[in-house]
Write a protein that binds this ligand. Sequence first.
Ligand SMILES: [Zn+2]
Length: 442
Amino acid sequence: MLKSCDTMVAIPGTTTDHQMIFAKNSDRPAIECQPLVQHERKSHLAKAMAKCQFVQIPQTPTTYRHVGSRPYWCWGYEHGFNEHQVVIGNEGLQSKNEEFDSPKLIGMELIRLGLERAKTAAEAVEVMTGLITKYGQGKFRNDQGVRTYDNGYIIADPNEAYVLETAGHEWAVKRAQSAIGISNVYSLEKDWDTLSPTAVDGSKAHGWWSGESNRFNFAEAYSREADRSVGSGAMRRLRSCAVLNQYSGDINVQTMMALLSDHSDGKTPNEPFQTNLPHGSSICIHHNDDGGGGNTAASIVAHLCADGSQLPVYWCSLYSPCLGVFLPMFIEGDLPSVLAIGGEYLSDDSPWWLFRQLSLAVRANGADSIASVRAGWQDFQDSLFASAYEMAKEGKTLIDQGRGAEAKKHLTRYMDENVAVMLGMVRQMLSDARTATEIAAD
Ligand SMILES: [Zn+2]
C-alpha cells in the first residue's frame, strides 16, 4: 500500500487572525510507532558528514533546533518544525520512474534536512531542491526493507508557503496563493513557478512529454496516474481543498483540527464538513479491521506568528486525531522526553503505544465507547486552548525582556504538566475500555 497522508496550509489572508496555519495527518502502516523527538541546535566540524540511511552528504556548519515526528526506524520525519518557524510535511507520490538501482535520500530525510538547514520556507525549498537534484529521492532498491516512493511537500513559514513535488531527481515548486491541501496525487500541472534544470529534457528523453504544448505540465509528464481526479488521494485532496476554500477567510486552528479528524467516507452522515463532492476516503485514516491497514499515526496543526505578538504554537497529536488530543508544544522549551519513547514493539511507557491500545479497545467496544472517549478529551482540549495562548504570550514577553532561560523553564514545566495529565487520562480510559470489554464478554 502506498502511504497515504494529507498536508494543508492556510496562508495569512485565509485565516481568522491572519497568521499562517499548517496541518498534517501522517498516515503510516498500522503498527509503526511514531514518536516525537527534539534536537538541539548544533555546530559541526568542517568536514563532517550527515549520515542519512543510504547516502552521506556534507554536513552544514550549523543544524537548527527542531522537533520531528519520526517513524521509530527512520532518521527523517513525517513532519516537523524548527526554531525559525519553518514547518514541513510530506506526501507519498508515484512517478513513472522505474526503481533506481543506486541509493537515494528518503523523502522523510529531506524534511529533516530542510528543518536543520533553513531559516525560511524559501531557504528550505532551496536546500531541499538542491539535495534532490544532486542525490535524488524516490523509489530505489534497498536491502533494508525500506518502502521508498516519490514525495510531495508543503513547506511553510509565518509569511509564505510552497508546494514542492518530486520525481527521482526532478522537481517542481509553486508558492501557495490560497488555502490548499495536497495528498497522494500530483497537483502541480502547468501552474509551477520553478522546475529542476532537467525536468523538461529528462521527460522528453523518456518519451513522457512531447514538447508540443506551450507550457510544460509536470504532473502529466511524471505522474503514474494519468487521471489525477480519481482514487483515494485525489478524493482527499479535492475534499481538503473544497473545505478550505469554503472556510477561506475564517480558518482557525479548530477548523484544521476538525478537518484532520474528518470521516467523510459516507459512513458518518453527520460530519461537520459537507461538500458537494462524492464520498471518498476520510481525511482521518484510523486503523480499522475492515481491510485498510493504514492509520493516522500522528498529526500536527502549526499556528505560526509573523508579527512577534506571541510564540508559535505547535499542536501535536500522538495518534489518530479522532480519538486523542492535540497538545500545545513550544520549541522554546524542552519537550517532555517521554514523547520520544516508542519502538517496534508494544511498550506501556510509550505514549504512542498507549494511544494505539486505547484506540483498539475503544473501537472494539463500539460507538458508545468512541463517543465517551471523545467527550472525555473535549474538556481537556478546551482548557488547553485557553492556557496555550496565555503561555504563547507570556513566553514571548519573557524572551523579549532577555529572560530566555526563565521562559524556557516556564514552557518546559507547562508541557510536562500537560503530558502528565494526558498520560493519566489515556491510562484511565484504557482501563475503563478494557473493563467494558470484560463486562460485555461476561
Ligand atoms: Zn478517525
